[in-house]
Design a protein around this ligand. Structure first.
Ligand code: SF4
Length: 145
């Protein structure tokens, strides 16, 4: 749902959302309500809590981790006798729009990564047009190291 759509949904629904601010270890318990053009946050001990609540309600994002199939230089998928992980761990370079995470996971599930790779190598540039990349989180060569 678009940011506007979320805001519109909240406007028509007068209930209050409760969440815990994870910006710092204090973990303030926040109450958030949006009515008409007013966005109200309470329970926050500092302004970062309001910014967190606004982002969480209007544009929630999460870092996505997943794995992609590994492919050896000869084109084979590693088998049990190769002693090499069959999948390469990856993650988004930044928190990713939550409403599109399943779409991204579907894409990553179909992808194959040719070995060798290095931690930090880009797997997908500008994933789904979001401007966010997907990168490897582990170095892996064809000998499994
Ligand atoms: S509102 Fe401020 S003090 Fe409270 S958890 Fe968030 S960042 Fe920390």
């Amino acid at each position: 749902m678009s940011e506007r759509g979320v805001a519109d949904e909240l406007k028509s629904s007068p209930d209050v959302r409760r969440m815990i601010c994870i910006t710092c270890p204090l973990g303030c318990h926040l109450e958030v309500s949006v009515h008409d053009d007013t966005f109200l946050v309470s329970g926050n001990r500092c302004q970062r809590g309001e910014a967190y609540a606004r982002e969480e309600v209007l544009n929630p994002r999460r870092t996505v981790t997943a794995t992609c199939a590994a492919v050896l230089p000869d084109g084979r998928h590693p088998g049990p006798s190769d002693g090499i992980p069959r999948r390469v761990p990856v993650r988004t370079s930044q928190p990713f729009p939550r409403e599109r995470i399943q779409e991204l996971l579907d894409l990553l599930h179909t992808m194959e990564i040719q070995l060798p790779v290095k931690s930090g190598d880009m797997v997908v540039e500008n994933a789904l047009g979001t401007g966010i990349d997907v990168i490897c989180t582990r170095s892996l060569d064809a000998s499994g190291r």
